[in-house]
Design a binder for this molecule. Structure first.
Ligand code: PMP
Length: 426
């Protein structure tokens, strides 16, 4: 496969962009695939090679690369009328009403420009609303490039996971293992009166895919109620992807106080959002005293793209379609692995999937697994499924990188750079 133009572009990029990219995960070695254009479920690179794409922009592209006519027209109309104003527009009210109508826990929405911005603002809101500082997060969870959540270790010994963050910030963050009810209970017993909130992805989506075991989110909900803390669901990946228009909270039957969104809600344009109960959301300025602001927030092009994407998804039964494709792909992978490598695990639900190389875990008993079982203990492969971030971190991640990335790319299939990022069907 000729990839010379990508290689030359990477050489140029390395001189003017740190690491040659604008988001770390894109710097696949020996050099990234520079994309020229999308085409349905495929992308074409700058050398003219065509790939089946399971990266899908890392999640935003529910409909693939070809926007339906109604989305294209709305985007072009918004852009041609003037890109943005710094004044309110009708379309942001329309999109907020759509989200409120479909997501059970959301009564009000504040739009921002990225998932990171959404989680930053949600954490500030939780702290402002409760008057408390501490934040419980999951080990192996990810909430964007922000100071309060780039923290590793455990609740008694939290430390920044990157340079540039003061240890004094990390002290306010309490990482616990996902799916471990005893661990989070203990943290609440020790720190409950200081805990502003629990920030959790409904399923870990940046650490392989780890589904919640039955009852885990109910435990989080109960603990938050008992101690007066806020339950914050980070649905940046799962929002309008898992559980359809009701999102993962609808699928798992849990009502968070706050929800962060990103990716799909902007239809492929930069976006984030914080949703939740009106009484809490109104603590944001200007109605309340928790400062929040943004030049580009509620950008008309983004709002138009998000609204028409979600309307299309609702009108055209998109979730039935992509979820069935996801199911078919996962069960096909289960069959392939049963023949060739039964110790590995297919994970995912709805239109998400990943193969996790958990060789250390219990071997498959019957190959049937992980097609949206929500980690039910009666599943034959319950033991083999990853339950925590560490289960995925301890998998054979280098093996995944060797086999999947260069090999699959040569076969014309684009996958994310590592074992940890979720893959998406469009
Ligand atoms: N939260 C979650 C769950 C995410 O997966 C991501 C990004 N993949 C973010 C927050 C940050 O979003 P963004 O990259 O748009 O800042």
């Amino acid at each position: 496969m000729n990839r010379e133009t990508s290689r030359d572009l990477y050489d140029r990029a390395l001189s003017v962009l740190p690491g040659g990219v604008n988001s770390s995960v894109r710097a696949t070695q020996p050099y990234p695939t520079f994309v020229r254009r999308g085409d349905g479920a495929h992308v074409v690179d700058v050398d003219g090679n065509r790939y089946l794409d399971y990266v899908m922009g890392y999640g935003p592209l529910l409909l693939g690369h070809d926007l339906p006519q109604q989305v294209q027209s709305a985007v072009q109309r918004a852009a041609s009328e003037g890109p943005m104003y710094g004044a309110p527009t009708e379309v942001e009210v329309d999109l907020a009403e759509f989200v409120v109508r479909h997501v059970p826990s959301v009564e009000m929405v504040r739009f921002v420009n990225s998932g990171t911005e959404a989680t930053v603002s949600a954490v500030r809101l939780a702290r402002g609303h409760t008057g408390r500082n501490k934040l419980v997060v999951m080990q192996g969870g990810y909430h964007g490039a922000q100071e309060s959540t780039l923290v590793e270790g455990d609740a008694e010994h939290p430390r920044p996971s990157t340079s540039g963050i003061p240890q004094s910030f990390a002290r306010e963050t309490l990482p616990v293992p996902f799916n471990d009810e005893a661990a989070v209970r203990e943290v609440f017993e020790r720190h409950g009166d200081d805990i502003a909130g629990v920030l959790v992805e409904p399923m870990l989506g940046n650490n392989g895919i780890v589904l919640p075991v039955d009852g885990y989110h109910d435990t989080l909900r109960d603990l938050c109620d008992e101690y007066g803390s806020l339950l914050i669901f980070d649905e940046v990946i799962t929002g309008f992807r898992v559980g359809g228009l009701q999102c993962a909270q609808g699928k798992f039957g849990v009502t968070p106080d706050l929800t962060t969104f990103g990716k799909i809600v902007g239809g492929g344009f930069p976006v984030g959002a914080i949703g939740g109960r009106a009484e809490i959301l109104e603590a944001f300025t200007p109605s309340g005293d928790v400062f929040q602001s943004g030049t580009f927030s509620g950008h008309p092009v983004t709002m138009a793209a998000g609204l028409e994407t979600l309307r299309f998804a609702a009108d055209e039964d998109v979730y039935d379609h992509v979820d069935a494709l996801g199911e078919r792909l996962r069960s096909g992978l289960v069959d392939v692995l049963a023949d060739h490598a039964p110790e590995y695990t297919v994970v995912g639900t709805d239109s998400t999937f990943k193969v996790v190389f958990t060789r250390a875990n219990t071997p498959a008993q019957d190959g049937a697994c992980s097609t949206g079982c929500a980690q039910r203990p009666d599943c034959a492969r319950f033991e083999a499924c990853p339950k925590t971030g560490a289960d995925v971190g301890n998998a054979e991640t280098e093996r995944w990188e060797r086999l999947f990335r260069p090999f699959m790319r040569e076969q014309g299939v684009l996958l994310p750079a590592n074992q940890f990022e979720t893959q998406f069907v469009s």
